[in-house]
Design a protein around this ligand. Structure first.
Ligand code: ZN
Length: 286
């Protein structure tokens, strides 16, 4: 985008009172976000239904029930009164992935369950994905790409009908939301966003009553499956060693939260055994 166009766009949005400086929860990082959250929630809602329409979603069963249980706890802690929380378990053993769209639209693939291994692992990953939404990471990235999709008008069209947008523009939006691999546009979250989502995710899980140490154990297990097949587009991610070091730094704070809120029973008891160490799986949570 040229400087003149960027200035005009920002000026127009400022005139509408839409430019907001947000503060990210826990880390306190300030971010400039041009897109109102109401629009992002609308984009999340339409992206959710269009993405799920081509997947096999489990409507019942033990895995589904556990997802809803963990979802209830994480969503309570995330404290987003305007979110329309939804939790879908996608029956796809080949995909090691999970995501949360703005508005609280969450999906887990059955392929990730052996890596999560237990309820606390699921809570950390859900916290991490939820943090991408509540810390406005998609909106921050989309703010940089507004003109590519025709500005706010493009977003509004997308909201009205997820299919009523040219495929390339649709791909740009989904890419910014972290669904890029599904649609061919590869737009990984930055190292800053990933580290931030790890910290917030661990805090959410701890406050929901799950032991924060499980976040580090989870990345250890992720190492076991991912070392042989980390996709190239994840190359900008922090290494798992860096992620663990970052989590350890915040661990004392998380531990305090956990001590205040810990649940009865052992949430690290193995629920999903059978972690495979061979390659051949695609994706992983971003
Ligand atoms: Zn992530």
């Amino acid at each position: 985008m040229s400087f003149a166009r960027r200035a005009a766009l920002t000026g127009g949005l400022l005139a509408l009172g839409l430019v907001a400086c947000h503060k990210v929860p826990y880390t306190g990082r300030r971010q400039l976000n041009l897109i109102p959250d109401s629009i992002m929630r609308g984009v999340g809602k339409s992206s959710y239904s269009s993405t799920l329409s081509s997947e096999k979603v489990e409507k019942k069963g033990a895995d589904h029930d556990r997802l809803v249980k963990v979802g209830g706890k994480i969503s309570k802690v995330a404290d987003q009164p305007k979110y329309d929380w939804s939790f879908s378990m996608i029956d796809d053993d080949e995909t090691i992935n999970a995501w949360c769209l703005p508005g609280g639209y969450i999906a887990f693939y059955t392929g990730i369950l052996p890596v999560l291994q237990n309820e606390a692992g699921m809570a950390f990953v859900m916290g991490h994905e939820t943090a991408h939404a509540t810390a406005h990471h998609g909106a921050e990235r989309m703010s940089q790409q507004l003109t590519l999709i025709g500005g706010l008008a493009g977003l509004e069209i997308f909201m009205a009908n997820a299919t009523d947008l040219e495929p390339e523009k649709r791909a740009i939006i989904l890419g910014a939301l972290g669904l890029g691999a599904e649609v061919g546009i590869l737009l990984p979250f930055s190292r800053t966003h990933e580290s931030e989502a790890d910290v917030i995710g661990m805090m959410y899980a701890a406050e929901a009553g799950y032991p924060p140490e499980e976040s580090i154990a989870l990345w250890d297990r992720m190492d076991m499956v991912a070392s042989s097949n980390i996709p190239a587009f994840l190359s900008t991610h922090p290494s798992n060693d860096k992620r663990k070091a970052n989590l350890k730094e915040w661990m004392p704070q998380a531990r305090k939260k956990y001590d205040r809120h810990k649940q009865g029973g052992d949430t690290t008891e193995v629920v999903w055994p059978g972690l495979e160490t061979s390659g051949g799986k695609k994706g992983r949570p971003r």
